[in-house]
Design a protein around this ligand. Structure first.
Ligand code: GLV
Ligand code: MN
Ligand code: MN
Length: 408
């Protein structure tokens, strides 16, 4: 029997592996990440899967079909977190998928396809500033240049992988071929307020919004906070403040756009020094790629103008871009049917957040099931779901798996 209490207990158990005392931060290839991956691999084995860490640090479990070596239905989500995170974003999808396999295994049931459950090693991109590392490797779209990306301590990703006992040269080999993965299905908390507002436990995702991530660096002149008159300053932080508001203005101009400055760093960072250099990130998302690109162009031009007006130098680099991904109609239909069979109303909705399915879409059709979360709150320690909703989500996912067929 599916056990929603066990799902929540396992989310709690993973949340204990954190580098943040009293909270949850678990970044790619950290000591805590190792401990969490080991737990997940153990749960996969208990559920009857062959399980191992792959060369990019994904925890991968495989449950063979009614004969060995069949193409798989891939399920999963991620095991890394943002800083000061909630305990369900990512983990709920991995643990719920393991629970579904557990039930098949207990009933000694094999399906006409294999199931693979993947706990992707890095989706959030917190450590190296670039996201979807695990799922891109599996989808064969991992850009080896990112192996040179450095974390805040100056450690290159390739070195971090080696220190973790993984061989970056083997990453290429984990790319799946089209046809090996029949489809990808991910259960995830909604991370937004729609399901709660409508009184629904689950929703079927139609598409995942695309994103652009940039970093702007403003260079002014550092100086004495007491001696330099206001009209003679080139204060990089005051210029950045105007830029943050410009990002907000551009994003507010269209209800389908969102824009965020999530990180800002001012140097030298002293109370009595005019900031000489400021770097900040910009995250822009939209359902239509053209709309997102227009917004990015507008933001770039406004940041450049604002910097110029204050005689501050500016450099803007694109860190990462990903187009929007549509969920496959044949899979959404099968998920709708699973929702109905479990007695819930069908509600389709788009995803504003990014997910591993965006990368998997390069090799297979994807779909997602959202589970209601309290207040729509996520990327926040207050993230929470009820046991009833965890039960609803896993029961729909399990039903979807057991009825999965290649044609609609
Ligand atoms: C991932 O959670 C993202 O959408 O930033
Ligand atoms: Mn997240
Ligand atoms: Mn997530």
């Amino acid at each position: 029997m599916l056990d929603p209490a066990r799902i929540l207990q396992r989310c709690d158990a993973l949340a204990r592996h954190s580098e943040l005392p009293g909270g949850l931060t678990r970044v790619f290839l950290s000591r805590e990440f190792r401990a969490a991956s080991d737990l997940v691999l153990g749960w996969m084995r208990e559920a009857g899967m062959q399980a191992k860490l792959d060369p990019i640090g994904n925890a991968v479990g495989r449950y063979e079909g009614d004969r060995p070596g069949l193409p798989c239905l891939m399920l999963g989500s991620h095991l890394d977190t943002v800083r000061d995170a909630g305990r369900y974003d990512g983990m709920l999808g991995v643990i719920s998928a393991i629970e579904c396999v557990h039930v098949l295994h207990a009933a000694r049931k094999r399906l006409p396809f294999a199931i693979e459950v993947v706990g992707f090693g890095d989706e959030e991109g917190v450590r190296f500033g670039t996201t979807l590392l695990g799922s891109r490797a599996v989808a064969g779209i991992f850009d080896e240049k990112v192996l040179e990306a450095k974390d805040a301590a100056g450690v290159a990703m390739a070195d971090a992988l080696r220190e973790f006992g993984l061989d970056p040269k083997e990453i290429r080999g984990i790319a799946r071929k089209k046809g090996d993965v029949l489809a990808y299905a991910e259960l995830h908390i909604e991370q937004g307020p729609v399901l709660e507002a409508e009184g629904l436990p689950v929703g079927v995702v139609t598409a995942i919004n695309g994103f652009s991530r940039l970093r702007a660096t403003l260079k002014g002149v550092a100086g004495h906070a007491g001696t330099v008159p206001m009209n003679l300053r080139r204060d990089a932080l005051a210029a950045a403040a105007e830029c943050v508001l410009a990002v907000e203005r551009v994003a507010r101009a269209n209800p389908e756009l969102v824009g965020t400055v999530g990180r800002i760093e001012a140097k030298p960072g002293a109370i009595n020094v005019i900031p000489g250099e400021v770097a900040f990130t910009i995250d822009v998302r939209a359902p239509q790629d053209a709309l997102r690109k227009q917004a990015v162009a507008a933001i770039r031009s406004q940041v450049e103008q604002l910097a110029k007006a204050r005689s501050v130098g500016v450099e803007i680099e694109t860190l990462q871009e990903f187009g929007s991904s549509t969920c496959a109609p044949w899979l959404m239909d099968q998920m709708d049917r699973a929702v109905k069979r479990k007695g819930f109303p069908v509600r389709r909705l788009p995803s504003g957040a990014g997910h591993d399915g965006m990368a998997l879409a390069a090799i297979t059709d994807i779909c997602m099931l959202f589970v209601r979360c309290k207040g729509g709150i996520s990327h926040n320690p207050l993230e929470s779901i009820t046991r009833e909703d965890a039960a609803a989500g896993v029961s729909v996912l399990s039903d979807f798996i057991e009825h999965f067929e290649l044609s609609a």
